[in-house]
Design a protein around this ligand. Structure first.
Ligand code: NAD
Ligand code: MG
Length: 387
């Protein structure tokens, strides 16, 4: 039996992971499931999968979780420290699917076990890629990417020599506002930004898809995870979301990864790696689909892509500033405090503010320094929003 833990079990990636585990319950021994507000879901899944422990990020909800688990053998726990403790419980495979920088510390704790981390939490690579990879190396652990694009690149690279890679093309659907008139973007509402044409995902990543902050994160993720230079990474708008990424080699060949927009593919690939097993996703009928479209991204529509370039060039802890500013700007957009396009302005201004302050961006990449700059950047971003 493989021991598995799922961090962010109640979210979109977490639920898709549970969907796969549930199909072969005899193969998995579930250690920890974590969530935040959705106690009912967390308890229901923990009881069904007979987890050792269920943890909510919300201290205030511990009693509710205890009530929901009463009569079962599942332990209840709450708070960020309890989530980290759960990440230290021995597991062979851990899904990191908490949203935001909160996923970093449990991801690092899981890596310290020297087993496999399936990484959906892209924020941890953006904030602290170097630290994550160093922790992997120090403990002999494995990280398997669970972003559709990065799983695609990973698969295209199997058996290849990284030195022969010329470029990596990350595709983007273009999100909710791909075809909107540019002059209307500033007025885009929360509801309009919260629906995705192809993917069914959590609300935050869906809005980040409309602004392409999600793609911006993925460019940085590509640089950090695969170690390719910023000039080798391209973005291509592909409205159908069926080609997830392409890798270009020095002989001119392009290896594309094609599949339906269903995260269970990338999750299942990481779950069964290094083997391939049956995964219940749609089989594409290319003749029925007929056409794949491609366009170059417009940086006026998606300024986040330009910011990502600057962050990749800048390096240091600028990724942590970028992520914290982005999360704060997104909170402000969701709360109706700023408009859709203002999110990019807030992120850029926060990067400028932190750059001008005394060398934080060049501090060594330790968890403490990442958390400190995350805190400073959130404070700076809030001040900019309130101006
Ligand atoms: P989601 O909002 O649906 O779920 C987030 C999960 O994190 C939930 O279980 C929630 O309870 C938990 N959580 C939220 N705040 C927390 C906190 N402060 N501490 C601990 N737990 C907390 O998000 P999602 O769409 O499943 O995305 C999860 C991660 O996977 C994100 O990093 C996202 O960028 C990445 N990702 C998602 C998709 C997708 O298709 N949904 C695709 C690629 C990558
Ligand atoms: Mg993605």
């Amino acid at each position: 039996m493989r021991r598995v833990s799922i961090f962010g079990a109640t979210g979109s990636i977490g639920q898709n992971t549970i969907d796969l585990i549930r199909r072969a319950p005899d193969e998995y021994d579930v250690v920890a499931l974590t969530g935040a507000h959705n106690i009912e879901q967390l308890a229901r899944d923990a009881i069904e999968l007979n987890a050792q422990v269920a943890v909510t990020a919300e201290d205030d909800l511990l009693d509710d979780l205890r009530d929901a688990l009463s009569g079962s053998s599942v332990e209840a726990a709450a708070g960020a420290a309890a989530i980290e403790e759960a990440a230290h419980r021995p597991a062979d495979w851990t899904m990191s699917a908490i949203v935001g920088a909160a996923g970093l510390a449990p991801g690092l704790a899981a890596l310290e076990q020297g087993t496999t981390l399936a990484l959906a939490n892209k924020e941890s690579l953006v904030c602290a890629g170097e630290l994550l990879l160093a922790t992997r190396k120090a403990h002999g652990a494995t990280i398997l990417p669970v972003d559709s694009e990065h799983s695609a690149v990973f698969q295209a690279l199997i058996g290849e020599d990284l030195a022969a890679v010329e470029r990596v093309i990350i595709t983007a659907s273009g999100g909710a506002f791909r075809d909107w008139p540019l002059d209307q973007l500033a007025e885009a509402t929360l509801e309009q930004a919260s629906s995705h044409p192809n993917w069914d995902m959590g609300q935050r990543i869906t809005i980040d898809s409309a602004s392409m902050f999600n793609k911006a994160m993925e460019l940085i993720e590509t640089r950090e995870f695969f170690g390719v230079s910023p000039e080798q990474i391209e973005t291509l708008v592909h409205p159908q979301s069926m080609i997830h990424a392409l890798v270009g080699f020095n002989d001119g060949a392009l290896m594309a990864h094609v599949g339906p927009p269903d995260m269970r593919h990338a999750i299942g690939f990481a779950l069964h790696h290094p083997t391939r097993r049956h995964i219940p996703v749609e089989r594409l009928d290319l003749a029925a689909i007929g056409t794949f479209e491609f366009r170059a991204p417009d940086l006026r529509r998606w300024p986040a892509l330009g910011i990502a370039r600057d962050v990749m060039e800048r390096g240091g802890l600028s990724g942590a500033v970028f992520n914290a500013a982005k999360e704060t700007a997104l909170d402000a957009f969701i709360a109706g405090q700023i408009g859709f396009l203002a999110m990019a302005d807030v992120v850029r201004a926060t990067l400028d503010t932190l750059e001008a302050s005394d060398g934080h961006i060049d501090a060594t990449m330790t968890l403490d320094n990442v958390l400190q700059i995350d805190h400073l950047a959130r404070k700076a971003a809030r001040a900019i929003i309130e101006q």
